[in-house]
Design a protein around this ligand. Structure first.
Ligand SMILES: *Cc1c(COP(=O)(O)O)cnc(C)c1O
Length: 255
């Protein structure tokens, strides 16, 4: 595979420009975070983005995240990198996940048992700060997508807040259904996640600004921002198309 440094930078800068113009158009008084989804892409591309000022990167395969985050060259060149885990997480993989360096947010907490396991694992590591987590909501109710049903979301947030002192609840995340043409319709998954936030805010007397929304990918991040996304996860537009994973890793795949 040929590494096209220039293209990655171009892709990144084009996403920055599109985010900025959407913020201006929507009169936002905050800037949504860009999580550059680098799954399957080589560390050279990550370093190239880091050198442009990008700090947040997303991965959804645990072994790949651990390998990249502990890579001596990444550690040396990207000391302030912040990793978001955005893939399917099973309880027996929690210890492995938490062995990643500079893990900033786990976006895919989907059950009380998983929350407890991550909480216990983080506690053991005796870090000074709690680990930031998001509750993943299955807004499209597709079997193959992870997450709690929308009506269960508040319950899981409550569980995290009351039983997981080593976790910090940051907000809600959805993947949603692929393929909506957001130039003609409003993505119902974005509306559903917004509605979940409203419920959570009402139940816990929080301001909207205290509950993040992680939604929007390459095909629809601008509309996601218009609808209140505070964190977009963009891969293909920055790094180019991904090669298909081998079937052996399909079980870990999340989209
Ligand atoms: C791969 C992935 C993305 C990025 O998708 P693109 O369409 O390549 O931008 C975002 N979120 C999750 C959870 C992913 O698995």
């Amino acid at each position: 595979m040929k590494m096209a440094d220039v293209d990655v930078v171009k892709g990144l800068l084009s996403v920055y420009a599109r985010i900025n113009s959407t913020c201006t158009k929507s009169n936002l008084n905050y800037k949504p975070r860009l999580v550059a989804v680098s799954k399957t892409k080589p560390k050279e591309m990550i370093i190239a983005c880091y050198e442009q000022g990008q700090r947040e990167f997303g991965e959804n395969y645990i072994q790949e995240l651990v390998d990249k985050s502990t890579d001596p060259i990444v550690l040396e060149k990207c000391p302030d990198i912040k990793w978001h885990f955005i893939g399917t997480l099973q309880r027996n993989k929690v210890t492995k996940l938490l062995s990643a360096t500079n893990l900033d947010v786990v976006e895919t907490i989907t059950s009380e048992k998983l929350a407890s396991a991550v909480n216990a694992g983080w506690e053991k590591l005796k870090k000074p700060e709690p680990l930031k987590i998001m509750v993943q909501v299955n807004t499209s109710r597709e079997e193959e997508k992870g997450g709690v049903d929308p009506e269960k979301c508040s319950e899981l947030v409550k569980y995290v807040k009351e039983n997981c002192p080593s976790l910090k609840f940051l907000g809600l995340m959805t993947i949603g259904m692929y393929g909506y043409d957001t130039s003609t319709i409003t993505n119902p998954d974005f509306l559903a996640l917004k509605a979940c936030r409203e419920t959570v805010c009402n139940n816990f007397e929080l301001e909207e600004s205290q509950v993040e929304l992680s939604m929007g990918m390459s095909g629809d991040f601008e509309q996601a921002i218009e609808l209140g996304s505070t964190s977009v996860r963009v891969g293909t537009t920055i790094f180019g198309e991904r090669a298909k994973k081998e079937p052996s890793s399909a079980a870990n795949q999340n989209g």
